[in-house]
Structures are given as structure tokens and as C-alpha cells.
Ligand binder design. Structure first.
Ligand code: MF3
Ligand code: CO
Ligand code: CO
Length: 297
């Protein structure tokens, strides 16, 4: 990410992107309220665009659609269906609801949803892989509704699951829960990763490092990055209006991965199971609101 900490002068274009001169825009607001001060500071210092009420409403609506989409997929999952069948379900549902699937064409991604089975960590490209009894399958959806993005995923069981599948899915869900619990103004990004990593490792599992949570809302991937490992008290301080994902990828064996020849599919290096859950969260004055809420028990 570019370092944008250089000082903005009165007659420069305003860094908020309004098109007005700085002196006619955020410079006036800077002294007004702590909110507008933070807005400019976070943009200049970290490239983070804090969200306003109307933006949050837009992301919340996209989030509701994302959750409906996951619910629809969950109700349809059957042994014998292919990952491409899930792509068709998600694509058609998204379009029917007046939204667009963000993955389609994103940096050349060929499909409308990521579908990641068993040893696939993330970015599984839908194709002719058939779901089998006992598999786990992660479905990661990101609709764009009225210009706003919400990003969420869950890992589902296919048919009857064995103990290893249950273990990794339960640990991954609890990791997301513990990460979300750290989201409150004044805490830091590192507190989230620390909470996730400590729990995952206590359970004998490992945390993927190569993929991280991210700012989201105006775009698919915005600053900041949100690692799922880290140290308590480190990183950017959370302030109201921040919207980002937490999406820990947790492995039963090694944390290391490789990318398949399609250039997307990330798999565990040892072939062991990997699971993930993701929500888009908002930092509020009081704490946190999930904009893609589902129970994390
Ligand atoms: N939804 C993924 C995430 O959580 C990103 C997928 S990028 C794609 O960040 F191109 F593979 F869709
Ligand atoms: Co994401
Ligand atoms: Co996602």
C-alpha cells in the first residue's frame, strides 16, 4: 500500500476524493467533530475510508443478501453435486436479486463464488469436483448491491461428517467468534489476530498467513489488512466507521500452502483439512456490529 502521510496543502485536491479543494472541504470539517478528524486522519495515514451512515446501510443490505445466498446454498447442498453446481446457484440467485457477484472477473477469477473443499484453503475455482459424503465445503460469497460490497463465507458439512471434519470446522468458527469479540473502539488490529492465533494453536491447529481479512464496502479489498495471527496491542487502532472482514483460515496440519496450476486454488501443503468462516464487521461507538450476521456458537 502507498504511504499517503505527506502533508496536504490548503489548495490541494481534498484527499477524501470529493473533487473540491482541501480548504473548501475536509479542512473545514477537521475542527468540527472527532469523527471528521478521524476520517481524514485514517485516509491520509492508512488509506482507510471510514464509512458514514448511508454507506453502512448500503453494506448492511449487501450483507443481508450475502447471508440469504449462503442459506440458500446450505439448503441445496447434496452428495453428488459439483462445485460448479454451487457456482450456478450463487450466480443465478445474485443476479435475480439485482446484484452482481464480485468474484466474477476479479483479477481474472473465472467464476462467481469461491468453493473450497477439504484440503482447499480458499479461492477454490468451481469446476467438476463432486461433493462426497463426509466432505467439508467452504462457500465464499461477495455480492455487489447498489455499488456496495459485503463479503462472507461458511464451511458446510456434506452428509455425515467424521471427527476430523467436525474438529476443524468448530475450531475455525470459534476463531472467527474470538476475533469478532475483539472488535471495539480503542482495540487494535493485532488484538484480533492474537485472539485467533492463541485459540487455534491451543487446539493444535494452525493459522494460514498468506491470506488476511481486509477493509471492504466501497471495493472488494480495501486497506487495512487484518492478519489472523499477531500480537496483542499491535497495529492500527480501531475507530467507529471502520468496516472490514475477519476470515480466519485454520488448518488441521501445517499452516503452509501451495497454489494449484489454475493460479487461484490454495491447498494445504500436507493435504490435511482446512476450514474458514468470514464476516464483514463494522466498528461502532459501542463495539461491533456484524453486517453479515450469523450465529457463531
Ligand atoms: N472472497 C474472498 C475474500 O474473502 C476473495 C475472493 S477473490 C476471488 O477475500 F477472486 F477469488 F473471488
Ligand atoms: Co474477504
Ligand atoms: Co470472502
Amino acid at each position: 500500500m502507498k504511504n499517503k502521510s505527506a502533508k496536504v496543502r490548503r489548495n490541494d485536491p481534498c484527499p477524501c476524493g470529493s473533487g473540491l479543494k482541501y480548504k473548501k472541504c475536509c479542512l473545514q470539517k477537521e475542527s468540527a467533530s472527532p469523527k471528521s478528524r478521524n476520517k481524514l486522519l485514517y485516509l491520509q495515514k492508512h488509506g482507510i475510508r471510514l464509512k458514514e451512515t448511508k454507506d453502512i446501510d448500503g453494506i448492511r443490505k449487501a450483507g443481508r443478501l450475502a447471508i440469504e445466498t449462503l442459506d440458500m446454498v446450505e439448503a441445496s447442498i447434496r452428495v453428488g453435486m459439483t462445485t460448479d453446481d454451487i457456482n450456478t446457484l450463487v450466480h443465478d440467485y445474485t443476479i435475480k436479486k439485482g446484484a452482481k457477484p464480485a468474484p466474477l472477473g476479479y483479477r481474472g477469477f473465472p467464476k462467481s463464488v469461491c468453493v473450497s473443499v477439504n484440503e482447499v484453503i480458499c479461492h477454490g475455482t468451481p469446476g467438476d469436483r463432486v461433493l462426497e459424503e463426509g466432505d467439508i465445503v467452504n462457500v465464499d460469497v461477495t455480492p455487489i448491491l447498489n455499488g456496495y460490497y459485503a463479503d462472507t463465507n461458511k464451511t458446510f458439512f456434506v452428509g455425515k461428517s467424521g471427527p476430523a471434519a467436525q474438529k476443524i470446522v468448530n475450531v475455525a468458527r470459534e476463531c472467527l467468534k474470538r476475533g469478532v469479540t475483539m472488535v471495539t473502539p480503542g482495540n487494535r488490529i493485532g488484538d484480533i489476530g492474537f485472539a485467533i492465533q492463541s485459540f487455534a494453536e491451543k487446539e493444535g491447529c494452525s493459522v494460514v498467513r498468506e491470506f488476511v481479512g481486509h477493509g471492504v464496502g466501497f471495493d472488494f479489498h480495501e486497506p487495512p489488512q487484518v492478519p489472523h495471527h499477531g500480537n496483542h496491542g499491535e497495529g492500527i487502532k480501531l475507530v467507529p466507521g471502520m468496516v472490514f472482514t475477519i476470515e480466519p483460515m485454520i488448518n488441521l496440519g501445517t499452516k503452509n500452502l501451495k497454489i494449484l496450476d489454475d493460479g487461484w486454488t490454495a491447498v494445504t501443503l500436507d493435504g490435511a483439512l482446512s476450514a474458514q468462516f468470514e464476516q464483514t464487521v463494522l466498528v461502532t461507538e459501542k463495539g461491533c456490529e456484524s453486517l453479515t450476521p450469523f450465529p457463531l456458537q
